[in-house]
Design a binder for this molecule. Sequence first.
Ligand code: NAD
Length: 319
Amino acid sequence: MKVAIFGSKAYDQAFFQRVNADYGHELQFFKVRLSAETVQLAEGFEAVCVFVNDQLSEPVLEQLAGLGVSFVALRCAGFNNVDLHAARRLGMQVVRVPAYSPESVAEHCVGLMLTLNRKYHRAWQRVREGNFSLQGLLGFNLHGKTVGLIGLGRIGLSTARILQGFGMQVLAYDPGLKQLPAGIKAVELEQLYLESDIISLHCPLNAHTKHLINADSLTCMKDGVMLINTSRGGLVDSQAVINALKSGKLGSLGLDVYEQEGDLFFEDLSEQVIQDDVFERLLTFPNVLITGHQGFFTEEALAAIATTTLANLSELERG
Ligand code: NAD
């Protein structure tokens, strides 16, 4: 199949080309993200392959259909950037990679928790300057504390299993839960907010979950709670968390995803000036740690993404 791979990085090319030896698709890589401005590049291709920040709105999908593109292959788990209703209406098939490596995101999530708690990022800098002072580095034991997971799908469950290994009590809120995994207590959101020392988000972004973490929900949480978001930026109202950081309600904040990341991350910013006041203000807090959507970024995850995406395309080709 002829496939246009949008928003591709050098690592996408390396993994997709390596794995494609087994599939034989005709791949062309475009650095630019798919949008209304770049959609013409898809002319002559049967499929587009996209990532989390390519915008597949109704007008873009209509243009793709007009260009003869029949298939959209997401090389990620989330699909909040695709207008699925429009795709269905246009007869376009959309596939994704639902479970490439939940462990890679879960391990990054726990890495954010540990780093924020024990302040490794600050200690690293301090020791490099010859300063062995422990001032400001006091942490707490995870052992015996309570973590609240919002969403207990693949990544949420993997995170739960790691944290159970630390001796944490795990609470989970997930309205779609069919069976409760061992050792985890299912609770309503209110109870999760009330009892958790750390809250971690693992649900999808949709109309129900946008700004799930807002001024009201923050008020219900423990004073000094740690909040981690490795899911999607839109789950968190950034302005509300800035206010909560200022008041001390939020003790620390770890983000691998950010509300406006489409404009900030996934671009080579070396020649650009970041113009986002909220993002800049978040960075001024020493108890905020932000990574650039790298939860998925492990050897195993990238290999699995390439394999599943190319296998998905082969299946679509076979009908
Ligand atoms: P999943 O589909 O396995 O699990 C999501 C869970 O959320 C499901 O169990 C579902 O029932 C639950 N859920 C739905 N609505 C909810 C709500 N309102 N409140 C609480 N729970 C709700 O997905 P996953 O593979 O575990 O991925 C979770 C999220 O992580 C994805 O949606 C994606 O946005 C994000 N993600 C981030 C990265 C990264 O690199 N940072 C990588 C992959 C996925």
